[in-house]
Design a protein around this ligand. Structure first.
Ligand SMILES: *[C@@H]1O[C@H](CO)[C@@H](O)[C@H](O)[C@H]1NC(C)=O
Ligand SMILES: *[C@@H]1O[C@H](CO)[C@@H](O)[C@H](O)[C@H]1NC(C)=O
Ligand SMILES: *[C@@H]1O[C@H](CO)[C@@H](O)[C@H](O)[C@H]1NC(C)=O
Ligand SMILES: *[C@@H]1O[C@H](CO)[C@@H](O)[C@H](O)[C@H]1NC(C)=O
Ligand SMILES: CC(=O)N[C@H]1CO[C@H](CO)[C@@H](O)[C@@H]1O
Length: 560
């Protein structure tokens, strides 16, 4: 196995083109520059590794998800329970036997599983881990006071076991920086600042005081990673300052996971304060994952929780993402399957589209391409972009927020539900498209929709803070409104919205405000001069179909 080539940080090696008895796993090994290696870990140090076991019937899962999410299908809304999902995807007896035997033969017996039996999470010492996964070398890395343990080298797994695993978590992936929430003061020529508050959002999206949740078993959630915590006191203060005259809750109903101590994070505060402003009076949960072990990956941990809880909120909003090119295809494919497992249960997953527009990747001298972000680029989540008010001093119409993430995946094929929308866009703007070498027209295009992402007020550590911006803001805003739609559906005895995209694209923009002005960021080079794609009538890879006009959207999504 020739993995040692990739020991240099930044070196990318596609090992699946070799057939050897031992197979290397991480086709990508990139240690982000902002993490510093401190040294080797003590051989006796405990690590926690996550083994993603090969599932069964993934094609059937995908097909079934298509049926249950298509409003024109007789199967629409016939969601599966967690038990039913488990019996569909549960790994074969052989897979279990081979993997367990392999672990036992290294003395590893301290493993937890999930209800779908497709993940194993095992604790072992670094010494044992390095024997189990030849090639791996565990080191400690630090960044801004955060410390974690990862392998500096690729690992291999014997071929007999390799074919039963999708990946091993806890070795290579570093947490991304998080969506950099901008905090900047835009020129305020008239000295009047109209920051976005719940009242502004509710006015813009046409929510009345009566548009609040009332159903007993409706609920929504935000998931936090990267050492982000919210403070209950901040939420209470936010609601008392900005809660206006609509009925809302000022407390989270359930925190899943352990909230860390210390200061509140701006990201966590933003998410929770705003999902509870549009999804007002809807029971709200927070999933929080500081990581019990330095080897744990919080995002993966959250995915495991979804497979281990039968009773989950219906809408989850997540502001988290990584460059597609920094992750292995095997990992993204498997996480995508995890999203399908949620969708088929009637759960809606909303991801922020990112804050770097089309992004930019330097491929070589004067050679660049756009840089898609995952999970935003997954075909099985609803991705939310960002807008600004055309006139920042008035609640007028919206234009593109130039940071709004969008573009085309290089990993996931374009799903059927969006083919005609994307073709329409490519045709309409053909003359003004960036050069084809910058993006991949056959990939999943995103975002799907958008909302305001500029100039929010947030209360953090008891202080109201203005000028907070990013698609991390627009995502919970849309999530809260989908929760209100679910609320009406539940009251009528209808199934929840689940995976929304097939239905959303069939609306062809009906019930949404079509954002048609402005372009987002791209590469700063001669060919594209800092510009990615531009908004256009109907769907576009900057703001998707546009922003929600709540009463119209409710009407459109309330039948069946
Ligand atoms: C999943 O939940 C069960 C209890 O329902 C628990 O025993 C198990 O440890 C959980 N798995 C993980 C990975 O936390
Ligand atoms: C808020 O939700 C609860 C159910 O969780 C409901 O009983 C109550 O009527 C709702 N409040 C309003 C003003 O609709
Ligand atoms: C373009 O995307 C397709 C899948 O949508 C993929 O198979 C192909 O490798 C991608 N091309 C590049 C250059 O990344
Ligand atoms: C809200 O309603 C007004 C009046 O009908 C309309 O002009 C506006 O576009 C609506 N908002 C959105 C986001 O569609
Ligand atoms: C997801 C959710 O909120 N589920 C709740 C539905 O109602 C039952 C009974 O009140 C609760 O136990 C669940 O937590």
């Amino acid at each position: 196995c020739n993995c040692s080539n990739s020991l240099k940080p930044g070196c990318v090696l596609n090992i699946f083109s070799y057939i050897y008895i031992m197979k290397c796993f991480s086709s990508f090994l990139r240690i982000p520059e902002d993490w510093t290696r401190v040294g080797r870990v003590d051989p006796a140090e405990e690590l926690e590794l996550t083994f993603a076991l090969k599932q069964q019937n993934v094609n059937l899962l995908e097909e079934t998800l298509r049926w249950v999410s298509d409003p024109d299908s007789a199967q629409y809304g016939k969601y599966l329970t967690l038990e039913e999902v488990a019996s569909l995807v549960r790994p074969s007896e052989l897979t279990h036997k081979v993997v367990r035997h392999w672990l036992h033969s290294h003395g590893i017996t301290n493993c937890l599983t999930v209800r779908t039996e497709d993940f194993l999470q095992c604790t072992m010492t670094a010494e044992v881990a390095e024997k189990l996964l030849p090639g791996s070398r565990f080191n400690r890395y630090i960044r801004d006071g955060q410390s974690l343990v990862r392998s500096s080298a690729p690992y291999s797994v014997h071929d007999d076991v390799h074919q039963h695993l999708d990946f091993v978590g806890g070795l290579h992936r570093f947490p991304p920086k998080g969506q950099d929430l901008r905090k900047e003061q835009k020129s305020s020529k008239e000295g009047i600042h109209l920051g976005v508050t719940p009242v502004i959002l509710r006015t813009r999206y046409n929510l009345t005081a009566a548009d609040v949740g009332t159903a007993q078993n409706n609920s929504q959630a935000v998931a936090q990673f990267l050492e982000q915590y919210y403070h209950p006191a901040d939420l209470a203060e936010f609601m008392s300052l900005f809660g206006g005259s609509f009925q809302h809750l000022s407390q989270v109903d359930r925190v899943v996971g352990t909230q860390g101590g210390g200061k509140a994070g701006i990201e966590a505060s933003l998410d929770i304060e705003y999902i509870m402003s549009t999804g007002a009076n809807v029971s709200t949960w927070v999933f929080t994952n500081p990581g019990r072990h330095e080897s744990q990956e919080p995002f993966l941990q959250w995915m495991l929780l979804l497979s281990n809880m039968s009773d989950l909120p219906w809408v989850h909003t997540i502001s988290y993402g990584d460059d597609e090119d920094s992750l292995s295809t095997a990992y993204m494919m498997r996480i995508n399957t995890e999203f399908m497992k949620a969708g088929i249960r009637g759960i809606s997953l909303l991801f922020a589209s990112g804050d770097s527009g089309a992004g930019c990747r330097h491929l070589g001298k004067e050679q660049n391409s756009f840089r898609p972000s995952f999970p935003a680029s997954s075909p099985y989540v609803t991705t939310v972009g960002g807008t600004s008010f055309k006139n920042p001093y008035k609640v007028t119409y919206e234009v593109t927020d130039y940071i709004s993430g969008g573009g085309f995946s290089n990993v996931f094929k374009m799903p059927d539900y969006q083919v005609s929308a994307v073709e329409g866009y490519l045709k309409t703007v053909a003359a003004k498209l960036p050069p084809q070498s910058y993006y991949n027209v056959s990939g999943r295009a995103y975002p799907d929709m958008a909302a305001l992402s500029d100039n929010y007020w947030v209360v953090i550590n008891r202080v109201p803070v203005p000028w907070v911006s990013g698609t991390s803001a627009s995502t919970p805003v849309v999530g809260g409104m989908l929760s209100l739609v679910n609320d009406h559906r539940l009251l009528k005895g209808l199934p929840t919205l689940g995976f929304l995209n097939p239905r959303l694209y069939k609306l062809k923009g009906q019930a949404l405000f079509d954002v048609t002005e402005g372009c987002h960021l791209g590469c700063l080079d001669e060919q594209v001069q800092g510009q990615g794609f531009c908004a256009a009538p109907s769907w576009d890879p900057v703001t998707g179909w546009g922003t929600p006009n709540y009463p119209a959207l409710l009407a459109a999504l309330l039948s069946e």
